[in-house]
Design a protein around this ligand. Structure first.
Ligand code: BT5
Length: 251
């Protein structure tokens, strides 16, 4: 394995040129007891989004998964998603691209011409295993279209990449990953700081949203995110706290 990415945060990095899915490799490592390991690939052949959606992962992107063993109750694991999305957004902004977080798991670059008001730059996929009210491991997958040229982005997804947003100037992926991991390491043990960073970068707060849950649809204004990363939606008659679901920004 070539280790292409050095890293000052306390993570060991395992690099692959190509893998079916870094989350799958990370899950195997987690099941074998690994912790604070990062699996990185230049290309994925079977990248996954949420709900078994496909995640397009051509060469040039940052496709990575972090294995953690946090001392958290399962109901608080979404704290890590909050920390990771804030960390990813911060690292992207350092690279000069004005990204925002769309609850729960996307980074968007605002674009009034795009159907959803922005183009998707990155997504997060959090998976976990736990027993008897305790988390045994969490795998946080980050897919970030870094140096992906426009013609390699999925055509049907209103997507963008750092390469496109930077007018063709490639980003230093090694530095991007390093800064993401350093920020994530700072935020993962500090829920207040993670929530503040999340709020600073949020596209969703103040928006009219439609959140689709398996059993119902909630429409209202997104007014806050709770300490564990749940979205608070004011429907006009009540405040609903939503822990997971698909969120659309309405105009
Ligand atoms: C996500 O799912 O946004 C989570 C994506 C997580 C990917 C990472 S890569 C490293 C790790 N290993 C994996 O196998 N996965 C993780 P979701 O919210 O379900 O969004 C999926 C939808 O985004 C798809 O249905 C497409 O419409 C769109 N999409 C697919 N590939 C994309 C891309 N590269 N850029 C932007 N949008 C994309």
């Amino acid at each position: 394995l070539a280790v292409e990415y050095g890293c000052e945060a306390p993570f060991e990095v395992e690099y692959h040129e190509t893998l079916p899915s870094t989350n799958d490799r990370a899950r195997d490592l987690a099941a074998d007891g690994a912790s604070d390991v990062v699996v990185l690939a230049d290309e994925q052949t079977g990248g996954r989004g949420r709900l078994d959606r496909a995640w397009s992962s051509p060469p040039g992107g940052v496709w990575l998964s972090v294995v953690c063993r946090p001392a958290l109750a399962p109901s608080r694991v979404s704290l890590l998603t909050v920390a990771a999305s804030a960390a990813a957004c911060g690292a992207v902004r350092e690279a000069g691209v004005d990204a925002r977080i769309k609850w729960p798991n996307d980074l968007l670059v605002p674009d009034p011409d795009a159907e959803r008001g922005g183009r998707k730059l990155a997504g997060l996929l959090t998976e976990m295993e736990g027993e008897a009210g305790r988390v045994s491991w969490v795998v946080l997958g980050l897919g970030l279209n870094a140096n992906v040229p426009a013609d390699a982005l999925p055509a049907d997804a209103d997507a963008t990449s750092l390469l496109v947003e930077r007018g063709g100037d490639p980003v230093d992926r090694r530095r991007l990953v390093q800064r993401f991991l350093e920020r994530f390491d700072d935020l993962r043990d500090d829920p207040d700081a993670a929530r503040d960073a999340w709020r600073d970068h949020a596209a969703t707060l103040g928006q009219r949203v439609r959140v689709t849950l398996p059993s119902e649809t909630i429409v209202g204004e997104a007014v806050d995110v709770t300490e564990v990363g749940a979205l608070v939606v004011d429907t006009g008659t009540e405040r609903r706290v939503v822990h997971a679901g698909d969120c659309e920004h309405l105009r």
